[in-house]
Design a protein around this ligand. Structure first.
Ligand code: SF4
Length: 403
């Protein structure tokens, strides 16, 4: 994990040393280890103070140091001087009739970038879909985010800030009122291309002083950045999902251009190494978006079943590879269509008959464009999103953001 940029020390009484910086440390950028360092090395305070502050931020959603009432006045003054807690600004939030909830959040001091975060409640769990980048450089052919290109990586604060906003809205209290039970890094962007910030944010998600989620309840979804999957296996033990979409190289390279660099065989080998590296991990989910006439034919299902069987044999577990079938959600300008329901069921049956654990992901939040793929779809379409964003800014009297 990368080191946090050091901020020159202050005296233990809170007096700034000569040359102290004007820039304040956003505490949302720090995981437990980083916060402990900040308290010890920068503020000259004990580690447990960092733990108190973490709880105020992530359990009680307090961002004003004056509200952190179990901290002494001198420490609060020191914090005011050298730190801040900056959360993403909610441009709008939109509930769906089925309980799904979507937030449009502006990111960065200039507020010119916006990303979406979606909460999807179920009978037994509440899942938050979190973004890792503004835009994406990987250019998957069926993805709307790809059409807007890559803008920038999100900071740790901007990633964990999405969880903070949703958890606060939901009244989530870690270990007590668990409305947020799962996080999937499946929003905009390739999480492994923003490795340090994503790993640090996931560490806060899993920390008892953060959101207290078990590692298996935090899922990172990748298009297949093989070297970074290996690196992830040494730094985190979260669940892994792979955006596969085709089991054979020729088709996969068309749909996911990254496959030309890391073909299916290399990707599956990295998945095997990821599972073997930790006894806690027992399976990997393979996401497969079904597009009519493109990758939804019986021969495609048979190829996928073969690949999953090989993977299961290698891992000596039939359940090592699970398949999530995702009916494609069309967005304006796409040339792809959603597969027919009968085709989806026939595809699933071939896999189930081959004893591959296969789910069809239900579409939720259609009425707010929060269904899978639509998160990167209609509203994320650059023109429409920017228009909506500017409209909201104008309503708040803030004028237009540059496109
Ligand atoms: S599917 Fe994911 S990795 Fe591919 S372009 Fe879209 S956001 Fe990027």
């Amino acid at each position: 994990m990368s080191q946090i940029a050091p901020i020159p020390s202050v005296t233990t009484t809170g007096e700034p040393l000569a040359g102290a910086p004007a820039r304040k440390q956003n505490l949302l950028d720090l995981d437990r280890a980083g916060l402990e360092r900040f308290f010890e090395e920068t503020l000259g305070e004990k580690r447990y103070r960092a733990h108190q502050v973490m709880k105020w931020i992530h359990h009680r959603y307090v961002t004003d140091f004056d509200g952190m009432t179990d901290l002494g006045k001198p420490l609060r003054a020191k914090l005011q001087q050298h730190a801040e807690v900056v959360v993403p600004n909610v441009v709008f939030d939109k509930p769906s009739a089925d309980g799904t909830h979507k937030w449009l959040l502006s990111m960065g001091a200039d507020g010119k970038n916006a990303i979406e975060t979606v909460y999807i409640p179920d009978k037994t769990r509440g899942t938050l879909c979190v973004s890792s980048q503004v835009g994406c450089a990987l250019n998957c052919q069926f993805c709307s985010t790809a059409t807007q290109g890559f803008n920038r990586n999100l900071s740790t604060a901007e990633i964990i800030g999405q969880v903070w906003v949703a958890a606060r809205h939901l009244g989530n209290v870690p270990a007590q009122i668990r409305r947020l039970t799962n996080v999937v890094m499946m929003g905009m962007g390739e999480p492994l291309a923003n490795f340090d910030n994503v790993v640090r944010a996931m560490s806060i998600m899993r920390d008892d002083l953060g959101y207290g989620l078990a590692s298996k309840r935090v899922t990172l979804s990748t298009a297949g950045m093989v070297p970074m999957i290996d690196r992830l296996s040494t730094e985190s033990d979260v669940s892994l999902a792979v955006s596969l979409h085709a089991a054979q190289d020729e088709l996969r390279s068309q749909l996911v251009p990254l496959n030309k660099k890391y073909p299916v065989e290399q990707l599956m080998a990295a998945c095997a190494r990821y599972l073997k590296a930790s006894p806690k991990r027992d399976s990997i989910t393979f996401e497969y978006t079904l597009m009519k006439g493109v990758n939804d034919q019986p021969e495609h299902a048979r190829s996928l079943a073969r690949l999953m069987r090989q993977f299961g044999n290698q891992m000596q577990s039939r359940e090592a590879g699970k398949v999530n079938l995702i009916p494609f959600n069309p967005f304006p300008g796409t040339r792809y269509e959603r597969s027919d329901e009968a085709q989806i069921r026939a595809f699933q049956k071939i896999l189930l008959d081959a004893q591959v654990l296969t789910m069809v992901r239900r579409t939720r939040g259609d009425d707010i464009d929060a269904a899978c793929g639509q998160l990167k779809g209609q509203v994320m379409d650059r023109t429409r999103r920017q228009a909506e964003f500017n409209r909201q800014l104008r309503e708040q009297g803030l004028g237009d953001a540059a496109a």
